[in-house]
Design a protein around this ligand. Structure first.
Ligand SMILES: CCCCCCC[C@H](O)CC(=O)SCCNC(=O)CCNC(=O)[C@H](O)C(C)(C)COP(=O)([O-])OP(=O)([O-])OC[C@H]1O[C@@H](n2cnc3c(N)ncnc32)[C@H](O)[C@@H]1OP(=O)([O-])[O-]
Ligand SMILES: NC(=O)c1ccc[n+]([C@@H]2O[C@H](COP(=O)([O-])OP(=O)(O)OC[C@H]3O[C@@H](n4cnc5c(N)ncnc54)[C@H](O)[C@@H]3O)[C@@H](O)[C@H]2O)c1
Length: 283
């Protein structure tokens, strides 16, 4: 059984993953490259925990204990060395992920499992950067991680059945459902949602309807919980662009990023996390 979990990257997803694991009463070590990034991550966790408390799903004491189970640090080796499972959630860039996995391979015990939260990159290529490709796996979470019910488990070409079983059990202990998919660019869920979101952004760019009406149409007419533009702002437009570029390389033009997405990213408007994307936020 995986007891101690390390999470590498304390951004939108890493913070939510650390919180979800700590809510399941496991010890969590959380790494990021700076104290400032860690502080941001902890602030996101506090905000989310207080939503659970407000909704009566968690007591104030549970929330405090959850926070206490998360230890942060900026020394990667120190953070990951005792971990049974490491979950990586750094930006969606294959060379960065390979570099991080090479370090994780050096710093963790031999039996530790190394999981990536990549949205669509090759788990097999990330595994090949290590000396334990059988212990590398995709553990794809959904945003917001503490609320969404699914984990998409991605079995790389070299991932062992034992590794799949450990991650399946860990996901269950955290209270998530799982699906197991092949390691193909975009897996199942990212390829499916990207097709929808990119086409909706394209229609926004063509002026087919306003942002508000596109989101309203999808929420009320198609019964999705969120419209595609508000969801893109929640996911992060930088992540959207990385994903779109990688899917385009794999599958061609149907995933090509609309100009408006590229321009917003170039302007530093990355969605909710910067206060502006398709919409403006004052949070
Ligand atoms: C081109 C490339 C595209 C792909 C990009 C990459 C994709 C990526 O890899 C995968 C993804 O994530 S894909 C994206 C996948 N994600 C999606 O598709 C998300 C789609 N959206 C949704 O599912 C819903 O809108 C939400 C669940 C976000 C909010 O629910 P809502 O009904 O609209 O709003 P509500 O009434 O406010 O909240 C409801 C309840 O949830 C609670 N709560 C919320 N946030 C919380 C938090 N952070 N903490 C704690 N709690 C939180 C809240 O307290 C409330 O509890 P109550 O007890 O019922 O009062
Ligand atoms: N945003 C989403 O909705 C979503 C959902 C599922 C999966 N993902 C995937 O999760 C991963 C992270 O996405 P995010 O949205 O949390 O991004 P983010 O930009 O919010 O967070 C990334 C974090 O990684 C840190 N970081 C940068 N370089 C690092 C390094 N070398 N070592 C450790 N940390 C480093 C940054 O400081 C930042 O805190 C990506 O692979 C993304 O595709 C994102």
């Amino acid at each position: 059984m995986a007891k101690t979990i390390a999470v590498v990257g304390a951004g939108l997803m890493g913070s939510g993953i650390a919180q979800s694991v700590a809510m399941a009463k496991k010890s969590v070590r959380l790494y990021d490259i700076s104290e400032a990034a860690l502080e941001k991550g902890i602030a996101l966790i506090q905000k989310s925990l207080s939503r659970f408390v407000k909704a009566g799903k968690l007591t104030e004491q549970d929330a405090q204990q959850t926070l206490q189970r998360i230890r942060t640090g900026t020394d990667l080796q120190e953070v990951v060395e005792g971990a049974d499972v490491v979950i990586e959630a750094v930006p969606e860039d294959l060379s960065l992920k390979k570099d991080v996995f090479q370090k994780l391979d050096r710093y963790t015990k031999r039996e530790a499992i190394l999981a990536t939260n990549t949205s669509e990159l090759s788990v097999t290529a990330i595994a090949a950067a290590t000396t334990r490709p059988d212990k590398v796996i995709g553990m794809h979470w959904f945003n917001p991680a503490p609320v969404m019910k699914l984990i998409e488990i991605v079995k790389g070409e070299t991932t062992s059945e034992e590794t799949v079983a450990v991650i399946q059990q860990l996901s269950e202990e955290i209270g998530k459902e799982t699906v197991i998919v092949k390691d193909r660019q975009g897996f199942f869920t990212t390829r499916a949602i990207a097709a929808h979101m990119i086409e909706c952004i394209r229609m926004y760019e063509e002026g087919v309807a306003s942002a508000e009406d596109i989101d309203k149409a999808v929420r009320l007419g198609l019964n999705y919980p969120m419209g595609p533009l508000e969801l893109a702002d929640m996911v992060g437009l930088d992540t959207m662009l990385f994903v779109s570029e990688n899917l385009t390389e794999a599958y061609g033009d149907r995933f090509r990023a609309p100009q408006i997405l590229r321009k917003l990213v170039e302007a530093g408007h990355l969605g909710r996390k910067t206060g502006k994307g398709f919409y403006t936020y004052n949070e």
